[in-house]
Design a protein around this ligand. Structure first.
Ligand code: SF4
Length: 249
């Protein structure tokens, strides 16, 4: 089982923000009520990252090293103590010691889902209910590490429902998604059009080119149908449709 026993009781988790309840806007859990725990820090710097306030070290002062009890207190207050799905995101949440938080969630009847780019594997992945692996395509400017991704899948084992999610901006990204999906043919695949107008990290809201995003979604649907890739699911970012670039919703 995961690394819960290796997490010391005094260890803290670096948190950028905790918010909700709201809906999960993306992928396999789209539409599900959730409380987000966004951790601070990421080993990537994607060109179109929409969460740079949880990535770049210049925002480090706004990240709080929180105890498990403090985090759990906020989750219970936000959810009214009624179990729901926790969404662990970032940054890259795999950097943080989250095994104890997942264990606490399960003790109280909550579910735990985590999304990561798949660059760092953790033994506690096997304790999750849902693991979303979102390898970053060429448009991100990041280099793909297939071995690390496979390590993540191995760490999860048969524990969580593990899925692949790809942000797609162009044909090169689409080709990347098809190739990675072939590496892991048993995993469900979710595709979503990228947001080319992400908010600047200093702002909690910003203008968004919604029609441009929807044009990309139209293209993506046609592209997938052209290939008869009928195993893939294509979804928009629901929170973007509802609230644009507004943060914390
Ligand atoms: S991996 Fe995710 S959080 Fe990290 S820089 Fe890329 S998009 Fe942002």
């Amino acid at each position: 089982m995961g690394g819960v026993s290796s997490v010391s009781a005094t260890e803290t988790i670096r948190v950028s923000e905790i918010f909700g309840p709201t809906i999960q806007g993306e992928g396999v859990l789209i539409g599900q009520p959730t409380v987000f725990v966004r951790t601070g820090g990421c080993d990537y710097r994607c060109s179109w990252c929409d969460s740079l306030h949880a990535v770049e070290s210049r925002f480090r002062d706004s990240w709080i090293a929180m105890s498990l009890d403090d985090i759990w207190g906020q989750i219970e207050a936000l959810s009214g103590g009624r179990p729901l799905t926790l969404s662990l995101s970032g940054g890259n949440p795999a950097i943080q010691p989250l095994g104890s938080l997942i264990e606490r969630a399960h003790q109280h009847g909550y579910r735990a889902a985590l999304e990561t780019q798949g660059s760092i594997a953790r033994d506690w992945f096997s304790d999750l209910d849902v693991l979303v692996l979102s390898p970053k395509p060429p448009s991100s400017g990041m280099e793909f590490n297939g071995d690390a991704l496979l390590d993540c899948v191995r760490s999860a084992g048969g524990g969580p429902e593990t899925v692949l999610k790809f942000v797609i901006f162009d044909e090169a990204d689409y080709q990347f998604a098809t190739q990675v999906a072939q590496l892991l043919p048993k995993l469900p695949v979710f595709l979503q059009p990228g947001n080319h107008t992400p908010p600047p990290p200093e702002e909690s809201d910003a203008a968004i080119d919604m029609s441009g995003i929807l044009d990309r979604m139209h293209w993506l649907v046609e592209r997938v149908m052209q290939d008869r890739w009928f195993e893939a699911k294509i979804l928009p970012q629901l929170h973007v449709l509802l609230w644009g670039n507004l943060r914390g919703v």
